[in-house]
Design a binder for this molecule. Structure first.
Ligand code: AOS
Ligand code: ZN
Ligand code: ZN
Length: 424
């Protein structure tokens, strides 16, 4: 289904007066508000194809109904999100969960929805039917060269699909590791993984990037072969200039200072991309901004500062993706909330008075430093984000319009109650 322009216009007209009042009030106190709005309009966040169905836990899965049954329907869902907020103009595919059999028609459909293809993801953490070797004991790290070769070839196949679709990056997330002491020789596991990544790297087109995603634990619980940013950075540095670290917010040990990690990776020119989500305990994959909005703001503060220092374009300089999997919310509503939280944190970071902050730092005025940051964080920027949407012909209140138009009900009517999207 597609929304009609008049449906968005009617919704915006209804909220126009109230919005105008809030926006004008706020704009009086915000310097360079026009510039900020232009940046927000440009900023796009890729939606992962695996976030469109209700996720599960190892204890159960409660399907929400009307879930996309194939890649075409996944694009349809993201097309809807993009119509509602004009900030979700990209899709991140996972192979073989998504099999773009006819690349030309998939590309044409994406263009119709205004979607680009963001990073393509390989999958060597599950065994697929008819697969010769099992990944039970790892993929790129495996002690058996034949298993490593199979995993390398899969990644190269994923690159091929990505090239056909016009993507320009590959994300490698490995479940590889060990669950018990003694199971692995750490050095061999590292060296095997590096050698495998080098073979994949050799197959990367010139204009491509590879993102090496790290994760502290799960599904392996004693060691992960790409367990933290240090290990990811080692691989990325050894691979070469097309290799970068990818930060997934949920992949750290509790209380890690992610904003500092981000700042230093940026400083090294080795930060490639992001998986946004939120968590309280581990890789919870909860809605971005639902648990630690201040941390999200602090991360964006480092991103804006670091990218500006390097002359990087905020919108295109890094791969911005959501990686979430929710078991109780409507996935589309959840994604709208995540995108909104990201846009808010970005806006707040743009509000930080950088000159004043630098001056306060030089004077070791710790109180003032905190005041400056928290002033930005405590500004209610929702009307600025809404104004950016209004100017892009999106909805002032995407979740409300989604509900008013009964989008989920229409999807259920069209696709059925008992559909299960491929993915986690
Ligand atoms: C797994 O924990 C990682 O976050 C992956 O980036 C991602 O969730 C996966 O590739 C989809 O299963
Ligand atoms: Zn991730
Ligand atoms: Zn994860």
């Amino acid at each position: 289904m597609r929304l009609e322009k008049y449906q968005i216009d009617e919704h915006n007209d209804k909220l126009a007066q109230q919005h105008k009042r809030k926006f004008e009030f706020l704009a009086q106190d915000v310097q360079g508000v026009e510039e900020i709005i232009q940046k927000l309009i440009k900023f796009q966040i890729a939606i992962p194809s695996w976030a469109l169905g209700t996720g599960g836990t190892r204890f159960g899965r409660f399907s929400g109904g009307g879930e996309p049954r194939n890649l075409e329907e996944k694009m349809e869902d993201i097309g809807l999100l993009h119509q509602l907020n004009q900030s979700s103009g990209a899709i991140s595919l996972h192979i073989p969960w998504d099999i773009p059999e006819n690349a030309a028609s998939v590309k044409a459909l994406a263009a119709q929805y205004g979607l680009k293809f963001d990073a393509v993801n390989s999958n060597t953490f599950q065994d697929q039917p008819n697969q010769q070797h099992s990944y039970k004991f790892g993929s790129l790290q495996h002690v058996d060269k034949a298993v490593r070769k199979q995993a390398i070839e899969h990644n190269i196949e994923v690159i091929r699909h990505g090239v056909e679709l016009g993507s320009d990056s590959l994300t490698v997330w490995l479940a590889d590791g060990s669950s018990f002491p003694g199971q692995l020789n750490f050095r061999n596991a590292f060296n095997n993984t590096l050698e495998s990544l080098q073979e994949i790297y050799a197959a990367l087109p010139d204009n491509w990037k590879v993102f090496v995603e790290y994760k502290a634990f799960e599904p392996n619980f004693y060691s992960m072969s790409v367990g933290d940013w240090g290990q990811s950075l080692l691989y990325a540095n050894k691979l070469g200039s097309k290799a970068y670290t990818l930060v997934d917010l949920g992949h750290h040990l509790p209380n890690a200072n992610i904003e500092q990690i981000v700042a230093l990776l940026l400083n090294e020119g080795k930060l490639g991309g992001f998986h946004f989500n939120d968590s309280k305990y581990g890789d919870d994959d909860l809605t971005t901004g639902s648990i630690k909005p201040y941390q999200l703001f602090l991360i964006f503060n480092e991103l804006v500062e670091g990218m500006d220092a390097k002359g990087m374009d905020h919108a295109t300089g890094l791969g911005w993706m959501i990686d979430a999997s929710h078991n109780i919310k409507d996935p589309l509503e959840d994604l709208l909330q995540s995108v909104e939280a990201i846009m808010m944190a970005y806006t707040q970071a743009l509000l930080v008075d950088k000159k004043a902050l630098e001056q306060a730092r030089l004077e070791n005025d710790v109180v003032r430093c905190q005041e400056i940051l928290q002033h930005a964080f405590r500004t209610d920027v929702r009307a600025i984000v809404a104004e950016a949407r209004l100017r892009s012909n999106a909805a002032l209140n995407p979740v409300q319009l989604y509900r008013d138009l009964k989008v989920r009900e229409s999807l259920v009517a069209g696709r059925g109650q008992k559909t299960v999207a491929t993915g986690l």
